[in-house]
Write a protein that binds this ligand. Structure first.
Ligand code: FAD
Length: 331
């Protein structure tokens, strides 16, 4: 094993997730602090076009695995690809984004390679070859500090938006290398035959920089339209509390929180959300939180960067209209 840093680049339908691009900033930081070269792995189908996007972020080696078993996400196939890539480049550190896929595959890679694992990292620094990690714990109520030893493999999943993505380089350093994956080692306990996409035309909360989220007090699916209007102007997505989802106001895939999705956008606008600990667990890592609530002592205000004690039905349409006006004036 050498001390290379392997970035696992996650893509969906031919588009690299921003959270994966951000990993290159951490990878370069570790390469500067601890030595070693930054390498990258892209897995999936139709990924040829993605290679130049990755190469522009400066990896010294860019591995691509695009055999049929990687067409759809498969825990065993992806684990095998990452393990084979780690062996190929002599990785000491493997970086993944804390996405649904990263949460699933990261522990498998660490277990298979007998490495140390730290998930959902929000801070990483080097100390005499070891890594000091911070990660939120107990629904974000406290921060855990971990130290991963200088020797042995380390697998880190990093919370999206912890780092800004580096600027692409006009002169990419790496040639694309096809990765020879040990397909026989994958086995075939289960095969994904088809993935049926939800018919929603709206963006997914885990893929955007801005989320407009609504609670039970929005009232109905129709009333959520004012949140969709604001989200559309801001090029964001609509999220919801569990109470709103349980009441049938929004589909389950929009739920944010302990039993929903964990998000960390640049801006989270919580409209009529009380701020229960289970909801905060899913959005506390957002960079800026704006809370709109009629109850001045609602718990959401303690997590908010800006608080507006006002009726959401008054403020949200005004915000949408003002943003529209500003954007029109800008163009
Ligand atoms: C095991 C477990 C897991 C859970 N997982 C999750 C989870 O993943 N996500 C999640 O969200 N919850 C989760 N919950 C539920 C959580 O405890 C809360 O019940 C839920 O988050 C409350 O949703 P809410 O804030 O929309 O509703 P409420 O608690 O009913 O709050 C509504 C808020 O809207 C405000 N309001 C009312 N009218 C207006 C208005 N016109 N304008 C502005 N503000 C207004 C009120 O002041 C209030 O603060 C979980 C609970 C348990 C036990």
């Amino acid at each position: 094993m050498s001390n290379s840093i392997l970035v696992f680049v996650e893509q969906r339908e031919g588009t690299i997730l921003p959270a994966s691009l951000q990993l290159f900033t951490l990878a370069q930081q570790l390469a500067t602090e601890q030595g070693g070269q930054v390498c990258a792995l892209v897995v999936g189908a139709r990924i040829g076009e993605l290679a130049s996007d990755c190469a522009a972020l400066g990896p010294k080696r860019l591995l691509v695995a695009d055999a049929p078993p990687f067409r759809y996400y498969s825990p065993r196939a992806y684990t095998q690809a990452i393990c084979d890539a780690a062996a190929t480049v002599g990785a000491q550190t493997v970086l993944l984004a804390t996405t649904a896929l990263g949460r699933d595959v990261g522990p498998r890679v660490a277990a298979k390679l007998g490495g140390a694992l730290a998930t959902d990292c929000t801070s990483v620094s080097s100390h005499n070859g070891s890594l000091r990690i911070q990660r939120p714990s107990y629904c974000g109520k406290c921060i855990a500090e971990l130290e991963l030893p200088a020797d042995g493999l380390r697998v880190l999943s990093v919370r999206p938006n912890t780092f800004a993505a580096p600027e692409p380089d006009a002169a990419p350093a790496a040639e694309v290398e096809p990765l020879a994956v040990d397909i026989d080692a994958i086995g075939s306990r289960a095969t994904t035959l088809e993935v049926v996409k939800s018919d929603s035309m709206h963006k997914d909360v885990s893929e955007v920089d801005i989320i407009v989220s609504g609670g039970r007090s929005v009232g109905s699916e129709e009333d959520f339209s004012i949140l969709y209007d604001l989200a559309e102007v801001l090029d964001g997505a609509v999220g919801a509390s569990r109470a709103a989802v349980d009441a049938g106001q929004q589909p389950r895939d929009r739920q944010i929180g302990l039993t929903g999705k964990v998000v960390s956008p640049r801006l989270y606008i919580a409209c009529g959300i009380d701020g229960a600990i289970q909801h905060l667990a899913g959005m506390r890592g957002s960079r800026v939180i704006v809370a709109i609530n009629t109850k001045a002592d609602a718990p959401i205000f303690s997590a908010a960067t800006y608080g507006c004690v006002v009726d959401l039905f008054e403020l949200v349409p005004l915000l949408a209209a003002e943003c529209k006006r500003l954007l029109a004036a800008d163009s």
